[in-house]
Every structure is written in C-alpha cells, then in structure tokens.
Design a binder for this molecule. Structure first.
Ligand SMILES: NC(=O)C1=CN([C@@H]2O[C@H](COP(=O)(O)OP(=O)(O)OC[C@H]3O[C@@H](n4cnc5c(N)ncnc54)[C@H](O)[C@@H]3O)[C@@H](O)[C@H]2O)[C@@H](O)CC1
Ligand SMILES: Nc1ncnc2c1ncn2[C@@H]1O[C@H](COP(=O)(O)OP(=O)(O)O)[C@@H](O)[C@H]1O
Ligand SMILES: [K+]
Length: 566
C-alpha cells in the first residue's frame, strides 16, 4: 500500500471505473459493504460464530449507502440490526437510495436522533454518516451522535467500526472539520478533535476500533489526528486498481477531476507512503537503496562516500557524535567529525572508528571542504545557533549535499539572506517548532481550525515549504512528511502497526540527521535519502522497542538490514 489518494483522486478513480461501463456504482457499493463486513469478522472472528446486535448510522450520501449494505448483510447472518438515517431518504443519491430501499424490505429506519439512539446492548456500532464527501463541520444530530460515541468510547462501545473514516474527519488532512463558534458544542460531551491523547498513551486508539477504507488508503488516514481516530486501518479491494493506474496517466486537474483532452495537462500530484517491507520491494523508487545497502564485494570504503559532520563546542558534542555514528552505520565509507579545537579532547575520548578534524572557523571549514572526497555535510546538531549563523553561509557555499538540522535551522530562520543560499542538494529537517520559525505563515495556516474540506494539511504545508526553500524538507513527527520542490511528497508514518513512540527521545533527531547525511554521502538523491533515513529510523526504533535511547538507534541498524535480507 504505497500510494495515498486524496478524496478528489478517489472520486476520480471511481468515476473512471463507472464511466468505463465495466462496473456500476451499485456494484462498487456492494463490494464496499461486503469488504467492511468481512473486515469485521477478520478483526473479531468470534463475531462470526453467532448472531449479535449492530447499530448502523447512515448519512445522506454514498457513505450512508455503504451503511445500508452492511446492515443488510449483517441481518442476512441473523444479526439484530438497528438503522438510523441522518437526512431525508428522498434525497439520497441513486445508489444509496437503492440500498436504502433494499434494506427497507427487511428492516426499519429511524431518523438519527441521539436520544433515541439505543446503544447499551449493541455489540458493534457502524459509523457510515460521512466519508470522503465531508466538506464542512458536522452539525445537529450527526454532531451530537459522534460526540456521544466519542464521549462513551472505550466504556460503552468497544467496537466502533468506521466506514472509510470516522465521520467528520477530512481524509485529505487527517483533521476533524470543526466550527469553533458553534454554541451547540458547549452542551456536547466531547468532540472528536478534543479527545485527550493523554488518555491513550503511546498514541493509541482514540475513537474507532477499526476503520475500513476502499481501494487505497487516503492521506488523512496517516496524517495528524487520522491514525488516532481511525484505530486500526484496513484497506479493502473493490476492483478499481486498473482505473487508478490508468488515471495516473490521465488528464486530471488539481482537484482530481477529469478535464477535456484540450485542457491543460496536469499530472496527478502523488503522495506515497514510505514503505520498504518486502511486499513493496518491487516499488521502483526503493530498488536503488536496497542495492546500495548491500555493498558490492568489489567496493572499497572510498566508494561509499565520506560525510563531514560538524560538531558543537565542548559539552555539546554528543549530538554530532550521534549523527556521525548513524552516518557510519548506514554505510558511509568513512565519517569525519569537524570539531572545534577546544572540544577535541572531549570528542577524541569518545570515538574510535570516526575520524576527527579540527574546524575552528568558517574559513577553515571552506579549506577542509576543498577535499572533494568529503561529499556530504551535516550542520546543526548541538552546534549553537550563533555559531551556526556564522558557519552556514560557508557551509552552503561549498555546494555539498547538506543536511541542515536543529540549530542550523534556527540560524537559517534568523539569517538575513533567508533561503537564497540554499541549493537543491540541501535537506531541511525541522520539527514543528523549527518549522514555525522557518515558515511562520505556513505554520499559522496549519494551526487554523479546519472549517472546510479539504482542509490545509501537513502535506500541503511541507510541499509549500519545499518550493519556497528550493530543496527537500522533512517535517518531523509520527507523521513525518517529506517534500521536494518538484511536488514529490511522501509520508513516513510511525502509526498503526508501525507506531514507534520511543522515538520521542532526546537525540533521536540527531540520529535522523546523521542517517540522511550518510545516505547522501552514499549517493542517494536528497528526497530519496530523506525517505530512506526516516524509514530506517522508525524500523530501528521498532526493532529495539521500549527502553530505547538515541544511542541505541545506530546500533540497531545491522539487525534491520539483516531483516531486510541484505
Ligand atoms: N462513489 C462510489 O462509487 C463509491 C463510494 N463509496 C462510499 O461513498 C463515500 C463518499 O460518498 P459521497 O461522495 O456521497 O459523500 P459522503 O457520503 O461522505 O457525504 C455525503 C454528502 O453530504 C454532504 N455534506 C458534506 N459535509 C456535510 C456536513 N457536515 N453536514 C451535512 N452534509 C454534508 C455533501 O454534499 C456530501 O456529498 C465514500 O466515503 C465511500 O464510503 C463506496 O461505496 C465505494 C464506491
Ligand atoms: N510519537 C512519535 N512517534 C514516532 N516518531 C516520533 C514521535 N515523536 C517524535 N518522533 C521522531 O523523533 C525524532 C525527534 O527529533 P527531534 O524533535 O529533532 O528531537 P531531538 O532534537 O531530541 O533529537 C523525529 O525524527 C520525529 O519524527
Ligand atoms: K464514516
């Protein structure tokens, strides 16, 4: 599952499938409903052994249509099923209406009313209120029902199953659409976007037990609140993959709508999930690093690159040493720490394989970098903001593949020349605070309440940042987003079964900076190096597990490589 779609792209794929005449909307809806029911039994096999009770909440669109299919299929298995509809049955779109009518042949439909919503004895709640079509904040009974579910989740309902997404979640951004000034909110138990994460250590499940989506996961399943609210994600095949693949070459405008032949060609902007498990090894973009990690027996150390990592002053050298160790473990042939004279003893006492060269001034850095074998540079970890301000113009003038991390990012945000000195071989690795300093307007936009869908997302912000900086930007977090100026974008998600909460530990960012630098030295292009490093970072954390400290990450890499069969 490497490709992530936006809601508009998913609609375009479905439209292409239906327009082809090979499949009808009704068939797709049937497959979607079947997929959800199958996923429920896969998740809880005990539910397949007898008949239970489900409450199905249906909305006014095709998400609701899926709900009617699910209700019918469960009823066929002998389940007791109670169906509530939010909206006017007469206004349902045709496929949803057809399934509403099929359901009415076997069961009742009550208007959605939170007070009537009798839940105490139900085993499964199916949320089919809104899916990809959500465009504004929920209101009325839809809002209060979701709020009631959220408030009682974990106590009363332990099996909330969401069709496509928890209703109200924007699948482009992973943010819950909300109307902050809605006076009705004061009377509600809790809104989806207010669920306290502290109640769920390790970023666990906040709302649904299971979310079942169709064909491909959407960006919002991996960004921001998405994973927290979706719980567990299952992707169900509804047989439209050929149309998805065709639509990659199709003429689609920015909103994913098909345009006429004469219209301007706009390639579909793709977002990928960074994923290197064996099942996606065939993914072309990862073939190169897989080959690179497995070193060729004919190679020698000079063919694997030689990064220079700049160290901070004495007492602050640990960060750069972590970066250097990571660069070495990821396969750089040699690694040198550029160390100020006063910190040489401190650094020398704690390194063995890593080399050391004295760099006291920016001019010395320039001189050291006349050695072209030093083919990648890392500046920032533990470096000191003021020093970074002095060294940065020289570091960038050397035109090496360069990682700017930590203090170098703060210095960059304070520099008079701004992004002018950056070049295409740079990688910026901000966390949220550094991102705000570098791109205050984008951070503000991202922090604004998402009122309308598609809401502004971390993908949008990182793409804009990369364009503005003219280089690759890796915006950290459990949903690390990597974007490059050409619009290429990937999400390295440490969520669901890849959760790695132990990465939130001092110094883990320094290790990531070192991994990227090492891979740049090995010849990977910046976007690729950032993706690969972010993926390895999470794999190393997961391989080590609880108790992880940053020092453990580089040392865990050989195990990760072995598991990859390298
Ligand atoms: N189109 C297809 O062929 C398929 C669609 N499927 C389902 O269809 C869903 C998408 O269906 P729709 O496009 O009808 O959209 P939804 O069912 O998500 O939403 C219905 C409509 O509600 C309106 N709306 C948006 N926000 C609202 C709000 N806050 N309050 C009240 N009304 C609001 C919009 O007009 C929207 O189109 C997917 O999520 C998926 O569950 C699946 O059946 C697979 C096949
Ligand atoms: N909850 C989390 N799950 C997965 N990864 C996380 C989580 N929190 C932080 N990270 C990752 O840990 C690293 C922390 O980097 P950073 O904030 O720079 O910390 P430091 O400066 O202490 O090294 C980043 O790569 C970030 O993506
Ligand atoms: K839903």
């Amino acid at each position: 599952m490497a490709e992530l779609l936006t809601s508009a792209q998913m609609r375009a794929v479905e439209r292409a499938a239906i327009d082809s005449g090979e499949v009808s909307g009704l068939e797709l809806m049937e497959r979607a409903g079947q997929g959800v029911v199958a996923a429920i039994f896969e998740e809880w096999p005990e539910l397949a052994l007898s008949s239970y009770k489900a409450v199905v909440l249906c909305g006014p669109g095709n998400n609701g249509g899926d709900g009617f299919v699910i209700a019918r299929l469960l009823k066929q298995r002998g389940w007791e099923v109670e169906v509530f509809l939010y909206g006017d049955p007469e206004k349902l779109p045709p496929d949803a209406k057809a399934n509403y009518e099929r359901w009415r042949e076997v069961g009742e439909v009550a208007p959605l009313n939170t007070r009537e919503f009798r839940h105490s004895d139900c085993d499964v709640v199916v949320d089919a209120l809104f899916g990809t079509g959500v465009s504004r904040a929920l209101s009325g009974e839809a809002l209060s029902t979701m709020s009631q579910l959220a408030g009682a989740n974990g106590d009363r309902y332990d099996k909330i199953v969401c069709v496509d997404c928890p209703s109200g979640l924007c699948l482009d951004s992973g943010r819950v659409l909300a109307q902050p000034s809605n006076p009705a909110l004061a009377d509600l138990p809790i809104q989806l976007n207010q669920l306290p994460r502290s109640r769920y250590p390790y970023g666990g499940i906040g709302f649904a037990a299971l979310t079942v989506t169709f064909d491909s996961p959407k960006c919002g399943h991996f960004l921001d609140d998405g994973p927290f609210l979706c719980g567990k994600l299952r992707v169900v095949d509804i047989g439209v993959q050929d149309f998805r693949e065709n639509s990659r070459r199709d003429i689609l405008d920015k909103s994913g709508q098909k345009t006429g032949r004469a219209a301007k060609l706009v390639r579909r902007p793709e977002v990928c999930l960074v994923h290197m498990s064996p099942i996606v090894k065939e993914n072309r973009s990862f073939a190169q690093p897989l080959m690179l990690w497995g070193k060729d027996p004919q190679d020698h150390k000079y063919t694997h690159g030689h990064p220079l990592i700049l160290s901070g002053l004495s007492g602050k050298t640990g960060a750069a040493r972590l970066s250097a160790r990571a660069a070495l473990r990821v396969g750089a042939g040699l690694v040198t720490l550029g160390t100020p004279h006063e910190a040489v003893t401190e650094v020398a006492a704690q390194i063995t394989t890593i080399m050391l060269t004295e760099i006291d001034t920016p001019e010395i850095l320039t001189r050291v970098l006349t050695d072209k074998r030093l083919n990648a540079l890392c500046i920032g970890p533990g470096f000191g903001v003021e020093r970074a301000g002095e060294f940065l113009p020289y570091a960038l003038a050397a035109k090496r593949a360069t990682v700017l991390d930590a203090d170098a990012l703060t210095a960059l945000s304070e520099s008079e020349t701004g992004f002018a000195d950056l070049h295409a071989n740079c990688v910026l690795t901000p966390h949220a605070g550094e991102f705000k300093r570098l791109f205050p307007d984008l951070a503000t936009k991202l922090a604004e309440p998402p009122i309308k869908g598609p809401a502004y997302s971390k993908v949008d912000a990182t793409r804009e940042a990369a364009k503005r900086a003219g280089c690759t930007v890796l915006f950290k977090g459990p949903d690390t987003v990597i974007a490059s100026p050409n619009g290429r974008c990937s999400i390295n998600a440490a969520v669901y079964d890849r959760a790695a909460p132990w990465l939130a530990t001092a110094g883990s960012g320094d290790v990531l900076a070192g991994l990227i630098t090492g891979l740049l030295a090995r010849g990977l292009a910046p976007h690729h190096a950032a993706e690969t490093a972010a993926w390895l970072h999470v794999e190393a954390a997961r391989s080590f597990g609880p108790g992880l400290i940053a020092e453990d990450l580089p040392e865990e890499l050989p195990k990760v490589f072995r598991a990859l069969g390298l």
